[in-house]
Design a protein around this ligand. Structure first.
Ligand code: SF4
Ligand code: SF4
Length: 371
């Protein structure tokens, strides 16, 4: 498995573009490209947030990938993303603007087709089909550009997790409801990743997020751009750069167990791994959830028996809440109500998915233990 890694100190096009060219050349991407090909770029635009924060894929990285494709004769390039909120023209237009990607229209099309189709999965998968946004399904070639982050529910977000944004809008919280257990949810993510199967995955780790990711954490720059074709092994590698134990991230451990990720086969090219990397702060959910440190075979029986006692739950910080309702909109269990311009959480029925925390623009949702 060829893993590229380049040091890039800032989101300046003159620094990012040479790194993208070297990475995609090393991965022999030009050999895949044909005239007239439709290419979809799948960024991480989880919420409407300015690119000065390490929440979304930086527009300069996307621009450089589109420039690279155009320099190889590809002009049909679509930015295809379903963010954490609604999936319609009004919501996405505003999100494109805030995330800084509206300025990319000179090099690519911003997707404005908000339909989705159902496609069957491979035999033997738990999921028989997935409902996936049309521009991804219509593409001949998908380039996945993830943002490196910690994540309240999954612990880590990179290439595999980024593909969850191919499920349209508020169907994503419904997937959390269908798969409340982290083992089942992670297996679903791996099945989805194999179904979408991007040709190349780039991870924007020039600035990355630690703490309460994927939206409420803080900046932890690595000044690195990673790219690989094998995004499962790349996630193993990237989690290591964050000083996380990749085998404690359920989706990565499962990928190793089924030989999708092959950590023993990494060949690194590009710049050396920086020597001064420091550990990423983990999300509060993981700090407080004792079950995440149990061996996988004990986790399910433990959570079935004692999970509700040791589980973590969302807790409102009332003075930060502006009553916008984004948490209620994304709660798959429908247990959040907005009254008197504040969110009110009913504890019964909470599946601890932290979609509410992910979508809160005010960082008004913290984590508390049941006891
Ligand atoms: S908790 Fe956050 S998302 Fe929910 S209503 Fe308050 S500010 Fe909005
Ligand atoms: S309240 Fe928050 S953590 Fe609980 S089910 Fe709803 S979105 Fe998930």
């Amino acid at each position: 498995m060829l893993q590229t890694l380049y040091s890039v100190n800032d989101y300046k096009e003159e620094l990012v573009y040479p790194a993208i060219c070297k990475a995609l050349d090393a991965l022999s991407v030009p050999d895949d490209l044909r005239p007239g090909m439709k290419v979809a770029i799948k960024p991480n635009l989880v919420m409407a947030k300015s690119p000065v924060y390490p929440v979304t894929t930086h527009p300069v990285v996307i621009r450089c990938v589109a420039r690279y494709l155009r320099s190889h004769g590809i002009t049909d390039i679509t930015l295809a993303e379903s963010s954490g909120g609604l999936y319609n023209a009004e919501y996405m237009k505003s999100l494109y603007k805030t995330c800084g990607v509206a300025s990319l229209e000179d090099v690519l099309h911003l997707n404005m087709d908000f339909t989705a189709r159902t496609i069957p999965c491979r035999e033997g998968f738990v999921n028989h089909s997935f409902h996936i946004i049309t521009p991804i399904l219509d593409a001949d070639y998908v380039i996945n550009i993830a943002k490196l982050k910690t994540h309240a529910m999954t612990g880590y977000s990179g290439g595999i997790k980024n593909l969850f944004g191919t499920i349209p809008g508020l169907e994503k919280p419904q997937m959390h409801y269908r798969f409340p257990d982290i083992e089942d949810f992670s297996r679903m993510l791996l099945e989805l990743a194999q179904t979408v199967n991007p040709a190349v995955t780039i991870i924007d780790a020039i600035d990355a997020m630690e703490g309460n990711g994927p939206t409420g954490g803080t900046s932890h720059p690595l000044h690195l751009l990673l790219a690989a074709r094998d995004f499962y092994t790349q996630d193993y590698f990237a989690a290591g750069l964050m000083k996380l134990d990749p085998m404690e991230i359920v989706m990565i451990r499962q990928a190793v167990e089924v030989c999708l990720a092959k950590p023993g086969e990494i060949t690194l090219t590009g710049d050396p791994i920086p020597e001064d990397l420091t550990p990423f702060q983990v999300p509060d959910t993981r700090r407080l959830d004792f079950s995440t440190s149990l061996p996988s075979f004990l986790r399910k029986p433990f959570t079935a028996l004692l999970g509700s006692i040791f589980k973590s739950y969302p807790k409102l910080v009332p003075e930060k809440c502006v009553g916008c309702g984004k948490c209620a909109e994304s709660c798959p269990a429908h247990i959040i109500k907005i009254k008197d311009h504040k969110a009110h959480f009913q504890k019964k029925g909470c599946i601890s998915c932290f979609c509410c925390q992910e979508m809160c623009p005010m960082k008004a949702i913290e984590v508390r233990k049941a006891l």
